[in-house]
Design a protein around this ligand. Structure first.
Ligand SMILES: [Zn+2]
Length: 185
Protein backbone atom coordinates (compact mmCIF):
# COMPACT_ATOMS: atom_id res chain seq x y z
CA UNK A 1 0.00 0.00 0.00
CA UNK A 2 1.30 3.44 -0.82
CA UNK A 3 0.45 6.03 1.81
CA UNK A 4 -0.91 9.26 0.47
CA UNK A 5 1.52 11.52 -1.31
CA UNK A 6 4.40 9.07 -1.30
CA UNK A 7 6.29 8.47 -4.51
CA UNK A 8 9.38 6.44 -5.25
CA UNK A 9 12.72 7.41 -6.70
CA UNK A 10 15.07 4.46 -7.36
CA UNK A 11 13.20 2.58 -4.64
CA UNK A 12 13.44 5.43 -2.15
CA UNK A 13 10.09 6.68 -0.78
CA UNK A 14 9.74 10.44 -0.86
CA UNK A 15 7.26 13.28 -0.37
CA UNK A 16 7.35 16.77 -1.80
CA UNK A 17 6.49 19.90 0.16
CA UNK A 18 6.43 23.37 -1.34
CA UNK A 19 7.33 26.13 1.09
CA UNK A 20 8.50 29.67 1.12
CA UNK A 21 12.17 28.75 1.27
CA UNK A 22 15.11 30.02 -0.68
CA UNK A 23 16.84 26.70 -1.27
CA UNK A 24 15.74 23.11 -1.65
CA UNK A 25 16.14 21.00 1.48
CA UNK A 26 16.32 17.20 1.65
CA UNK A 27 15.87 15.31 4.88
CA UNK A 28 15.08 11.78 5.90
CA UNK A 29 12.39 11.33 8.49
CA UNK A 30 11.26 7.86 9.57
CA UNK A 31 12.93 6.37 6.51
CA UNK A 32 11.08 8.65 4.10
CA UNK A 33 12.81 11.39 2.15
CA UNK A 34 11.15 14.76 2.57
CA UNK A 35 11.84 17.22 -0.22
CA UNK A 36 11.19 20.78 0.84
CA UNK A 37 11.22 22.95 -2.26
CA UNK A 38 10.82 26.61 -3.10
CA UNK A 39 7.71 27.29 -5.20
CA UNK A 40 8.25 26.58 -8.87
CA UNK A 41 11.21 24.28 -8.36
CA UNK A 42 11.12 20.87 -10.07
CA UNK A 43 11.34 17.85 -7.76
CA UNK A 44 12.75 15.63 -10.48
CA UNK A 45 15.64 17.96 -11.12
CA UNK A 46 16.70 17.93 -7.45
CA UNK A 47 16.25 14.16 -7.20
CA UNK A 48 18.48 13.58 -10.21
CA UNK A 49 21.07 15.99 -8.97
CA UNK A 50 21.23 14.41 -5.51
CA UNK A 51 20.70 10.82 -6.57
CA UNK A 52 23.99 9.49 -5.17
CA UNK A 53 23.50 11.08 -1.77
CA UNK A 54 19.85 9.96 -1.59
CA UNK A 55 20.51 6.32 -2.42
CA UNK A 56 23.56 6.11 -0.15
CA UNK A 57 21.77 7.66 2.80
CA UNK A 58 18.68 5.50 2.30
CA UNK A 59 20.77 2.32 2.17
CA UNK A 60 22.58 3.36 5.33
CA UNK A 61 19.28 3.89 7.15
CA UNK A 62 17.90 0.55 5.99
CA UNK A 63 21.08 -1.28 7.02
CA UNK A 64 21.07 0.43 10.43
CA UNK A 65 17.43 -0.48 11.00
CA UNK A 66 18.23 -4.07 10.21
CA UNK A 67 21.19 -4.34 12.57
CA UNK A 68 19.19 -2.51 15.24
CA UNK A 69 16.49 -5.18 15.20
CA UNK A 70 18.22 -7.50 17.66
CA UNK A 71 19.29 -4.90 20.20
CA UNK A 72 17.87 -5.64 23.67
CA UNK A 73 15.37 -3.15 25.08
CA UNK A 74 14.46 -2.24 28.63
CA UNK A 75 10.95 -1.17 29.57
CA UNK A 76 11.21 1.33 32.42
CA UNK A 77 8.49 3.66 33.53
CA UNK A 78 9.23 7.38 33.29
CA UNK A 79 9.73 7.44 37.03
CA UNK A 80 12.21 4.57 36.94
CA UNK A 81 14.02 6.44 34.17
CA UNK A 82 14.21 9.59 36.30
CA UNK A 83 15.62 7.66 39.26
CA UNK A 84 18.37 5.98 37.26
CA UNK A 85 19.27 9.25 35.51
CA UNK A 86 19.55 11.01 38.86
CA UNK A 87 21.94 8.34 40.11
CA UNK A 88 24.13 8.74 37.05
CA UNK A 89 24.02 12.53 37.35
CA UNK A 90 25.43 12.25 40.88
CA UNK A 91 28.22 10.02 39.61
CA UNK A 92 28.95 12.33 36.66
CA UNK A 93 28.97 15.40 38.92
CA UNK A 94 31.55 13.77 41.21
CA UNK A 95 33.71 12.50 38.37
CA UNK A 96 33.64 15.71 36.32
CA UNK A 97 33.52 18.14 39.29
CA UNK A 98 30.51 20.08 38.00
CA UNK A 99 26.97 20.73 39.16
CA UNK A 100 23.81 20.04 37.21
CA UNK A 101 21.17 22.68 37.86
CA UNK A 102 18.10 20.95 36.61
CA UNK A 103 17.00 17.73 34.91
CA UNK A 104 14.26 17.70 32.30
CA UNK A 105 12.91 14.49 30.78
CA UNK A 106 10.80 14.96 27.68
CA UNK A 107 10.14 13.50 24.26
CA UNK A 108 12.60 14.97 21.79
CA UNK A 109 12.13 14.53 18.08
CA UNK A 110 15.71 14.50 16.85
CA UNK A 111 18.15 13.73 19.68
CA UNK A 112 18.84 11.76 22.83
CA UNK A 113 19.70 14.71 24.99
CA UNK A 114 20.90 18.28 25.30
CA UNK A 115 22.54 20.64 27.72
CA UNK A 116 21.89 24.34 28.19
CA UNK A 117 24.59 26.81 29.14
CA UNK A 118 22.90 27.21 32.53
CA UNK A 119 23.52 23.58 33.42
CA UNK A 120 20.11 22.20 32.56
CA UNK A 121 20.28 18.65 31.26
CA UNK A 122 17.48 17.41 29.02
CA UNK A 123 17.14 13.68 28.34
CA UNK A 124 14.78 12.18 25.78
CA UNK A 125 12.03 10.19 27.51
CA UNK A 126 12.63 7.42 24.94
CA UNK A 127 15.81 6.65 26.90
CA UNK A 128 13.59 4.53 29.14
CA UNK A 129 14.14 1.72 26.62
CA UNK A 130 17.95 1.93 26.70
CA UNK A 131 20.26 -0.40 28.63
CA UNK A 132 21.71 1.08 31.87
CA UNK A 133 25.20 1.62 30.50
CA UNK A 134 23.90 3.67 27.57
CA UNK A 135 21.86 5.90 29.87
CA UNK A 136 24.99 6.33 31.96
CA UNK A 137 26.94 7.30 28.86
CA UNK A 138 24.22 9.69 27.73
CA UNK A 139 24.24 11.43 31.12
CA UNK A 140 28.05 11.73 31.17
CA UNK A 141 27.96 13.11 27.61
CA UNK A 142 25.44 15.82 28.50
CA UNK A 143 27.03 16.72 31.84
CA UNK A 144 30.38 17.03 30.06
CA UNK A 145 28.77 19.71 27.87
CA UNK A 146 28.60 21.97 30.93
CA UNK A 147 32.41 22.09 30.68
CA UNK A 148 32.78 21.85 26.90
CA UNK A 149 30.13 23.48 24.80
CA UNK A 150 31.16 21.98 21.46
CA UNK A 151 32.12 18.49 20.33
CA UNK A 152 35.78 19.45 20.11
CA UNK A 153 38.92 17.56 21.06
CA UNK A 154 38.76 18.73 24.66
CA UNK A 155 35.19 17.47 24.95
CA UNK A 156 35.99 13.95 23.72
CA UNK A 157 39.23 13.64 25.72
CA UNK A 158 37.57 14.68 28.92
CA UNK A 159 34.63 12.35 28.33
CA UNK A 160 36.97 9.47 27.54
CA UNK A 161 38.87 10.03 30.79
CA UNK A 162 35.65 10.22 32.77
CA UNK A 163 34.09 7.01 31.47
CA UNK A 164 37.38 5.17 31.01
CA UNK A 165 36.64 4.02 27.48
CA UNK A 166 36.26 5.23 23.90
CA UNK A 167 33.04 7.30 23.51
CA UNK A 168 32.68 6.37 19.82
CA UNK A 169 31.50 2.87 20.73
CA UNK A 170 28.59 4.34 22.70
CA UNK A 171 27.83 6.99 20.10
CA UNK A 172 27.44 4.30 17.45
CA UNK A 173 25.18 2.25 19.70
CA UNK A 174 23.04 5.28 20.44
CA UNK A 175 22.65 5.89 16.71
CA UNK A 176 21.58 2.28 16.18
CA UNK A 177 19.13 2.46 19.08
CA UNK A 178 17.73 5.65 17.61
CA UNK A 179 16.67 3.74 14.50
CA UNK A 180 15.01 1.16 16.64
CA UNK A 181 13.33 3.36 19.22
CA UNK A 182 12.58 6.73 17.61
CA UNK A 183 9.45 5.40 15.91
CA UNK A 184 8.08 3.52 18.92
CA UNK A 185 6.12 6.31 20.60
ZN1 LIG B 1 26.80 16.40 22.56
Amino acid sequence: MHPKGIKYFHGVPYRVFYRRVKYARLEFYSGILNLILPYGRSAQEILNKKQNWIVKKYNFIQASKKSAQNLPLKDRTRNELRIIIQEFIKEAEDTLSVRVNKLIIRRMKTKWGSCSNRGTITINSLARYLPDELIRYLVFHEVNHILFWKHDKGFWNNLKNAIGTEPSKYEELLTLYWFKISEME
